[in-house]
Design a protein around this ligand. Structure first.
Ligand SMILES: Nc1ncnc2c1ncn2[C@@H]1O[C@H](COP(=O)(O)OP(=O)(O)OP(=O)(O)O)[C@@H](O)[C@H]1O
Ligand SMILES: [Mg+2]
Length: 372
């Protein structure tokens, strides 16, 4: 059993606190993906789990054993880095076997493990080559092999695919998923790639400025972002966010667009500052003058399978995902139409999600904003 329990982990570098108390339980055998902006503390947290950084405060247990003061080599963790750091003068076989040699494992057992890892990673034919004679994807697999031979209970991946080109990334992503199904070792994977995060994770951890913002399945995080930060961070193109205020009549009213009422909601004090969010794929473009928000299409990006229209709405820009097609939208006046049930609401002071109970919506059908 290798479930990880992080209790109030803190880290300070030179009087600057970079982790402010991280609490999370990672179940045995799960594949957890950690995302967050640059500098939010993802690598620091992985390194603390691996034992490469001291834990200033809090406890880390793996499989029920407190690891704070345990040597990195005895934690049962293997880490794979963005920079594979292979030894150029060693063969693939020697690179993969290096951690076992350091651990003074007998040669026969070492060879068995190298062969097994090479078979899993399709590297059997390359064992006698040196890193310079390999492609980027093959080098990456050697780095994974070096982690696998240690038969760790926990894999820690710090952006392992970011040096690969787009096609290889997709292939390696699928290989890593397969590898996890086969080895079932608890895995924590850091990435900046939205698709990697959504497709690989059983559980997603969204971090911001040294704190966890949300933990959940990819679908939960996408459908019910816990904060305005998560709403803006997960999803590409990002969720459209508009400032709004709770009106006297119980209507949440947009601050732009002539104070458009968006939805009626009970239970919030008049004047409460809010942020209304709507995903680009939840908006439909309708002809000018229809029921909804009036806007101008400024730019359309062609993505092949879909298009993205960027629409100007009283100083803010609203992204809309369009189905494929040739209709020239650029420069047109349009109506942005969406379902009230696809709106997300956040408290603008705390940044936290305000749950919209379906029963609290005034009218559940597809028209969205009351006509003026
Ligand atoms: N050895 C160190 N000494 C001082 N400060 C450090 C050290 N390592 C990291 N930091 C700081 O700690 C913060 C978190 O860094 P960390 O590398 O964990 O971020 P990250 O989330 O992995 O970012 P990225 O996505 O860019 O890799 C940053 O502000 C960084 O400058
Ligand atoms: Mg990092």
């Amino acid at each position: 059993m290798a479930d990880l329990v992080l209790k109030h982990l803190k880290k300070t570098y030179d009087a600057k606190q970079v982790l402010h108390g991280v609490d999370v339980t990672i179940p045995d055998g799960s594949f957890v993906v950690m995302v967050g902006p640059s500098g939010c503390g993802k690598s620091t947290l992985l390194r603390m789990i691996a034992g490469l950084e001291d834990i200033n405060e809090g406890t880390l247990t793996i499989g029920g054993v407190t690891m704070n003061d345990i040597d990195p080599a005895d934690r049962g963790c293997a880490m794979v880095f963005q920079n594979y750091a292979l030894y150029p003068h060693m063969t693939v076989r020697q690179n993969i076997g290096y951690p076992l040699k350091i651990a003074k494992m007998p040669a026969a057992e070492r060879d068995r493990r190298i062969q097994e890892a090479a078979a899993i990673l399709n590297l059997t034919d390359y064992l006698d080559r040196r890193p310079a004679q390999l492609s980027g994807g093959q080098r990456q697999r050697v780095a994974m092999g070096r982690a696998i031979v240690r038969e760790p209970e926990v894999f820690l991946f710090d952006e392992p695919l970011s040096n690969l080109d787009a096609l290889l990334r997709v292939q390696m992503r699928i290989e890593i998923k397969r590898l996890h199904k086969r080895l079932k070792a608890t895995s924590i994977f850091v990435t900046h790639d939205q698709v990697e995060a959504m497709t690989l994770a059983d559980m997603l951890i969204v971090m911001n400025a040294g704190r966890i913002e949300q933990v959940g399945t990819p679908a939960e995080v996408y459908r019910k972002p816990a904060s305005v930060f998560v709403a803006g961070f997960m999803g590409s193109p990002a969720m459209n966010l508009m400032e709004a205020t709770m009106g006297a009549d119980g209507q949440v009213t947009l601050d732009v667009a002539g104070g458009r009422p968006m939805l009626r909601l009970a239970g919030l004090a008049e004047g409460t500052p809010l942020t209304v969010g709507v995903r680009p794929e939840a908006i439909t473009l309708m002809p000018e003058g229809a029921d909804g928000l009036q806007a101008t299409v400024e730019l359309v990006e062609e993505l092949g399978g879909s298009r993205i229209a960027y629409c100007a709405l009283k100083g803010s820009e609203i992204a809309v995902v369009l189905p494929p097609g040739d209709e020239p939208y650029e420069g047109r006046q349009v109506t942005l139409s969406f379902d009230q049930r696809d709106l997300h609401l956040f408290d603008r002071i705390t940044g936290l999600r305000v749950e919209i109970e379906p029963s609290r919506l005034e009218k559940p059908q597809r028209t969205k904003v009351a006509a003026h």
